[in-house]
Design a protein. Structure first.
Length: 232
Protein backbone atom coordinates (compact mmCIF):
# COMPACT_ATOMS: atom_id res chain seq x y z
CA UNK A 1 0.00 0.00 0.00
CA UNK A 2 1.32 3.42 -0.98
CA UNK A 3 0.31 6.51 0.96
CA UNK A 4 0.02 10.02 -0.46
CA UNK A 5 0.50 12.97 1.91
CA UNK A 6 -0.52 16.43 0.71
CA UNK A 7 2.13 18.92 1.79
CA UNK A 8 0.95 22.18 3.27
CA UNK A 9 3.29 25.03 2.38
CA UNK A 10 3.49 28.67 1.33
CA UNK A 11 5.61 28.09 -1.80
CA UNK A 12 8.68 28.79 0.32
CA UNK A 13 8.72 26.18 3.08
CA UNK A 14 6.88 23.13 4.36
CA UNK A 15 4.45 23.94 7.16
CA UNK A 16 4.92 22.07 10.42
CA UNK A 17 1.52 20.32 10.30
CA UNK A 18 2.78 18.37 7.29
CA UNK A 19 5.37 16.70 9.54
CA UNK A 20 2.64 15.52 11.90
CA UNK A 21 0.62 14.13 8.99
CA UNK A 22 3.71 12.26 7.80
CA UNK A 23 4.05 10.64 11.23
CA UNK A 24 0.46 9.38 10.88
CA UNK A 25 1.34 8.11 7.41
CA UNK A 26 4.38 6.31 8.83
CA UNK A 27 2.13 4.49 11.30
CA UNK A 28 -0.16 3.40 8.46
CA UNK A 29 2.85 2.34 6.41
CA UNK A 30 4.16 0.30 9.32
CA UNK A 31 0.85 -1.54 9.53
CA UNK A 32 0.48 -2.04 5.79
CA UNK A 33 4.06 -2.35 4.57
CA UNK A 34 3.60 0.61 2.22
CA UNK A 35 5.71 3.62 1.37
CA UNK A 36 5.05 7.36 1.57
CA UNK A 37 4.85 9.89 -1.25
CA UNK A 38 4.48 13.62 -0.61
CA UNK A 39 2.68 15.85 -3.10
CA UNK A 40 3.84 19.46 -3.34
CA UNK A 41 1.48 21.53 -5.49
CA UNK A 42 2.37 25.19 -5.80
CA UNK A 43 4.03 27.88 -7.86
CA UNK A 44 7.79 28.31 -7.69
CA UNK A 45 7.80 25.50 -5.15
CA UNK A 46 10.87 23.50 -6.18
CA UNK A 47 12.56 24.54 -2.94
CA UNK A 48 9.63 23.13 -0.99
CA UNK A 49 9.97 19.86 -2.89
CA UNK A 50 13.62 19.67 -1.93
CA UNK A 51 12.72 20.30 1.70
CA UNK A 52 10.02 17.61 1.60
CA UNK A 53 12.50 15.11 0.14
CA UNK A 54 14.63 15.43 3.28
CA UNK A 55 11.81 14.51 5.69
CA UNK A 56 12.42 11.21 7.44
CA UNK A 57 10.21 8.40 6.15
CA UNK A 58 9.39 9.93 2.76
CA UNK A 59 10.17 7.70 -0.22
CA UNK A 60 9.18 10.03 -3.06
CA UNK A 61 8.11 13.61 -3.71
CA UNK A 62 5.79 14.66 -6.53
CA UNK A 63 6.08 18.30 -7.56
CA UNK A 64 3.26 19.99 -9.49
CA UNK A 65 4.56 23.45 -10.25
CA UNK A 66 2.13 25.85 -11.88
CA UNK A 67 0.46 29.23 -11.49
CA UNK A 68 -2.90 27.52 -10.91
CA UNK A 69 -1.56 26.13 -7.62
CA UNK A 70 -0.02 29.35 -6.33
CA UNK A 71 -2.74 29.99 -3.77
CA UNK A 72 -3.61 26.37 -2.99
CA UNK A 73 -7.20 26.69 -4.17
CA UNK A 74 -9.13 23.48 -3.66
CA UNK A 75 -10.86 23.89 -7.02
CA UNK A 76 -7.53 23.24 -8.73
CA UNK A 77 -5.66 21.08 -6.22
CA UNK A 78 -8.45 18.52 -5.67
CA UNK A 79 -8.61 17.35 -9.32
CA UNK A 80 -4.84 16.94 -9.31
CA UNK A 81 -5.05 14.64 -6.27
CA UNK A 82 -7.97 12.70 -7.76
CA UNK A 83 -5.90 12.05 -10.87
CA UNK A 84 -3.19 10.49 -8.71
CA UNK A 85 -5.39 8.70 -6.18
CA UNK A 86 -5.74 5.35 -7.96
CA UNK A 87 -2.09 4.60 -7.20
CA UNK A 88 -2.56 5.07 -3.45
CA UNK A 89 -4.44 3.27 -0.70
CA UNK A 90 -4.50 6.35 1.54
CA UNK A 91 -4.54 10.10 0.91
CA UNK A 92 -3.68 12.20 3.96
CA UNK A 93 -3.54 15.91 4.73
CA UNK A 94 -3.26 17.90 7.95
CA UNK A 95 -6.63 18.88 9.43
CA UNK A 96 -5.92 22.56 8.84
CA UNK A 97 -8.04 25.10 7.01
CA UNK A 98 -6.36 24.08 3.77
CA UNK A 99 -6.69 20.33 4.33
CA UNK A 100 -10.32 20.64 5.40
CA UNK A 101 -11.02 22.58 2.23
CA UNK A 102 -9.29 20.27 -0.23
CA UNK A 103 -9.89 16.73 1.01
CA UNK A 104 -13.71 16.79 1.19
CA UNK A 105 -13.68 17.64 -2.51
CA UNK A 106 -11.28 14.79 -3.15
CA UNK A 107 -13.49 12.36 -1.23
CA UNK A 108 -16.59 13.51 -3.09
CA UNK A 109 -14.93 13.17 -6.49
CA UNK A 110 -13.72 9.68 -5.57
CA UNK A 111 -17.13 8.79 -4.10
CA UNK A 112 -15.65 7.67 -0.79
CA UNK A 113 -16.28 8.67 2.83
CA UNK A 114 -13.72 11.00 4.32
CA UNK A 115 -12.30 10.10 7.74
CA UNK A 116 -11.83 13.39 9.54
CA UNK A 117 -9.25 14.48 12.11
CA UNK A 118 -7.84 11.12 13.12
CA UNK A 119 -6.01 11.05 16.43
CA UNK A 120 -4.76 7.46 16.33
CA UNK A 121 -3.93 4.78 13.77
CA UNK A 122 -5.11 1.34 14.92
CA UNK A 123 -4.25 -0.42 11.67
CA UNK A 124 -4.29 0.39 7.95
CA UNK A 125 -8.11 0.40 7.88
CA UNK A 126 -9.04 1.45 11.42
CA UNK A 127 -8.65 4.85 13.03
CA UNK A 128 -9.74 6.82 16.08
CA UNK A 129 -11.36 10.22 15.64
CA UNK A 130 -13.30 12.65 17.83
CA UNK A 131 -17.08 12.96 17.63
CA UNK A 132 -19.68 15.11 19.40
CA UNK A 133 -17.43 18.19 19.37
CA UNK A 134 -14.59 16.18 20.87
CA UNK A 135 -16.59 14.89 23.83
CA UNK A 136 -16.26 11.28 22.69
CA UNK A 137 -13.87 9.25 20.57
CA UNK A 138 -15.01 6.84 17.86
CA UNK A 139 -13.09 3.96 16.33
CA UNK A 140 -13.95 3.76 12.64
CA UNK A 141 -13.03 1.21 9.98
CA UNK A 142 -13.03 1.93 6.27
CA UNK A 143 -13.20 -0.55 3.41
CA UNK A 144 -12.86 2.11 0.71
CA UNK A 145 -10.19 1.35 -1.87
CA UNK A 146 -8.72 4.81 -1.30
CA UNK A 147 -9.03 6.18 2.21
CA UNK A 148 -9.18 9.97 2.38
CA UNK A 149 -8.05 11.16 5.80
CA UNK A 150 -7.34 14.41 7.61
CA UNK A 151 -4.93 14.26 10.54
CA UNK A 152 -5.25 16.19 13.78
CA UNK A 153 -1.69 17.43 13.99
CA UNK A 154 -1.53 17.92 17.74
CA UNK A 155 -1.98 14.20 18.42
CA UNK A 156 0.99 13.03 16.34
CA UNK A 157 4.62 13.94 16.92
CA UNK A 158 6.26 15.70 13.97
CA UNK A 159 8.45 13.60 11.71
CA UNK A 160 12.10 14.59 11.62
CA UNK A 161 12.61 17.33 9.05
CA UNK A 162 15.86 15.80 7.89
CA UNK A 163 17.41 12.40 7.52
CA UNK A 164 15.51 11.45 4.38
CA UNK A 165 16.77 11.31 0.80
CA UNK A 166 13.66 10.85 -1.35
CA UNK A 167 13.67 11.25 -5.09
CA UNK A 168 11.67 14.07 -6.66
CA UNK A 169 9.48 13.74 -9.74
CA UNK A 170 7.89 16.64 -11.60
CA UNK A 171 4.30 15.97 -12.67
CA UNK A 172 2.07 17.87 -15.07
CA UNK A 173 -0.54 20.27 -13.76
CA UNK A 174 -4.18 19.58 -14.50
CA UNK A 175 -6.19 22.17 -16.41
CA UNK A 176 -6.97 25.33 -14.46
CA UNK A 177 -10.65 25.35 -13.50
CA UNK A 178 -10.72 29.07 -14.23
CA UNK A 179 -11.58 30.15 -10.71
CA UNK A 180 -8.17 31.05 -9.29
CA UNK A 181 -7.89 34.54 -10.74
CA UNK A 182 -11.60 35.29 -10.34
CA UNK A 183 -11.65 34.28 -6.67
CA UNK A 184 -8.40 36.03 -5.89
CA UNK A 185 -9.33 39.32 -7.53
CA UNK A 186 -12.88 39.23 -6.21
CA UNK A 187 -11.79 38.66 -2.62
CA UNK A 188 -9.07 41.26 -2.90
CA UNK A 189 -11.52 43.85 -4.22
CA UNK A 190 -13.92 43.12 -1.36
CA UNK A 191 -11.19 43.32 1.28
CA UNK A 192 -9.84 46.57 -0.16
CA UNK A 193 -13.33 48.09 -0.09
CA UNK A 194 -13.67 47.13 3.59
CA UNK A 195 -10.10 48.32 4.17
CA UNK A 196 -10.88 51.79 2.80
CA UNK A 197 -14.00 52.12 4.93
CA UNK A 198 -12.33 50.94 8.15
CA UNK A 199 -9.24 53.11 7.72
CA UNK A 200 -11.44 56.16 7.16
CA UNK A 201 -13.50 55.29 10.26
CA UNK A 202 -10.40 54.72 12.37
CA UNK A 203 -8.92 58.07 11.48
CA UNK A 204 -12.21 59.71 12.46
CA UNK A 205 -12.75 57.90 15.78
CA UNK A 206 -9.32 56.83 17.06
CA UNK A 207 -6.83 59.40 18.17
CA UNK A 208 -3.90 57.10 18.92
CA UNK A 209 -1.45 56.75 16.05
CA UNK A 210 -0.26 53.43 17.47
CA UNK A 211 -3.81 52.02 17.35
CA UNK A 212 -4.23 53.12 13.76
CA UNK A 213 -0.92 51.52 12.82
CA UNK A 214 -1.92 48.25 14.49
CA UNK A 215 -5.24 48.10 12.65
CA UNK A 216 -3.45 48.94 9.42
CA UNK A 217 -1.23 45.88 9.93
CA UNK A 218 -4.33 43.69 10.41
CA UNK A 219 -5.92 45.03 7.23
CA UNK A 220 -2.71 44.45 5.29
CA UNK A 221 -2.71 40.85 6.53
CA UNK A 222 -6.30 40.42 5.29
CA UNK A 223 -5.27 41.69 1.87
CA UNK A 224 -2.48 39.09 1.85
CA UNK A 225 -4.97 36.33 2.67
CA UNK A 226 -7.18 37.42 -0.21
CA UNK A 227 -4.23 37.29 -2.57
CA UNK A 228 -3.56 33.71 -1.44
CA UNK A 229 -7.20 32.77 -1.95
CA UNK A 230 -8.04 32.41 1.75
CA UNK A 231 -11.69 33.29 2.26
CA UNK A 232 -12.02 33.00 6.01
Amino acid sequence: MSILVIAEHDNSEVKSATLNAITAAKEIAKASGGDITVLVAGSGCTGVSGEAAKIDGVSKVLCANGAEYENGLAENVAPLIVGLASAYSHVLAPATTSGKNILPRVAALLDVAQISEITEVVDAETFVRPIYAGNAMATVKSSDATKVITVRATTFDPAAADGGSAGTETIAAVADKGVAADLRHGQLAAVRQIDHHIRRTLHHHIGGIADIALFAQVLTLLEGQALRGESQ
